[in-house]
Design a protein around this ligand. Sequence first.
Ligand SMILES: *Cc1c(COP(=O)(O)O)cnc(C)c1O
Length: 483
Amino acid sequence: MSRLIFEISRPGRRAFELPKPQFPQKTAEELFGADLVRKKDARLPEVTEVDVARHFTELSRNNFGVDSGFYPLGSCTMKYNPKINEKIASLDGFANLHPYQPEETVQGALKLMYGLSKQLKEITGMDHMCLQPSAGAQGEMAGLMIIKAYHKKRGDDARTKIICPDSAHGTNPASAAVAGFDVVQVRSNSRGLVDVDELRRLAGSDTAGLMLTNPNTLGLFEEDIIEISRIIHGCGGLLYYDGANANAILGKTRPGDMGFDVVHLNLHKTFTTPHGGGGPGAGPIGVKERLYPFVPVPVVTFKDGVYGLDYNRPDSIGKVRSFYGNFLVLARAYAYILSMGGPGLSLVSENAVLNANYMLASLVDDFDVPFGKRCMHEFVISGEKQKEMGVSTLSMAKRLLDYGYHPPTIYFPLIVREAMMIEPTETESKETLDEFIGTLKKINEEAISNPDMVNASPHTTKTGRLDEVKAARTPVLRYTFNE
Ligand SMILES: *Cc1c(COP(=O)(O)O)cnc(C)c1O
């Protein structure tokens, strides 16, 4: 186990040395008043420069990331993180801007935001974009508030329900509930797609809208989307598109053309911002013309060659975040889209879908495949067969750690038992895909020949199987000093 920084601390050790002051110094009491000064020194770790560098290097090695190995998480996948983006995002003129700077001094930043909006409109087929939300879930929330404001403005107050498929990402029903809607679940049919007949029964004059991910979280394209859109619009509702993972559709199809009225994208997934540890992110939303009056303020404008910010929008739902959004995430997405170009983005989709299908086709003999042998950018297999032999999907996921892989998403979507959701992404080589396929096959063989060993995994990691519930419910976040 790594030692904590407090455990390597020794009184008096320092990582720096300052020159002795040349002039008389005031004491803290003289500067701030005795009542504001600490009675006892804060207990900070005292370490040398060498120790502090080793400590944090060691911590970084304990962490698994896309730079340490293959990370085939489905749905919430961190995709490509080009290193040049980091250089661009750290340029002085981007990184050191102040949000209160006068508009005439940040024309470049506003131009970037305006340009990015234009690119994202083209990619999604929407009429307007708002870059403010800082996460997919916040985009969902803002989008649902816009849907609510739209119905309210028309005096259509009885629309209290949002329909979500049973395969939906958990944030969808959660956002709908937080936005004050009742959530109605529509079943998936035996092919893993929205049951259109049931949708027809559920949709009505109380429907505010439908939230849909397409391709859905099973990695399947909702091929009835035009009919679905007709049903929802026919009863006066709106369609919300969860575009968190857009790398099966880039340059291929657009939610705007499928009939969606509101869309969010996760720039930190599809558009290349590293987001380990929960941040930073950006979840811009796109809307169709009739919803434009309601988008958050400010809106970036371009008039007579000058970029500006428009706050004067009486029907806006207001601000959903401080300032203008997570600007450096926007800068990365802009750089990525410019460097790829339209044909490059289409190729992203082709490779993402090809890689996922290659992997799925290679695993059909070893694992149950609940929904078809073709997929989009990700797919779901089931460990039910192995479970019957006494080895759960959880155990197989833990065993992957021994082989140096971050396990895929497990037990989601909820409608697949012993689910394992895999997204290889477009940037992995065939060798990496083959090695991972080989490892899953090997684990399947181990589940047959030596189930106890798989159930006791991981064997090579610093800690064994953790009590995940206890870790989440009663985390130890503070060091307890001995005295
Ligand atoms: C990641 C994800 C979200 C939520 O995005 P956050 O940025 O984590 O809030 C919503 N829907 C789907 C399908 C996702 O994969």
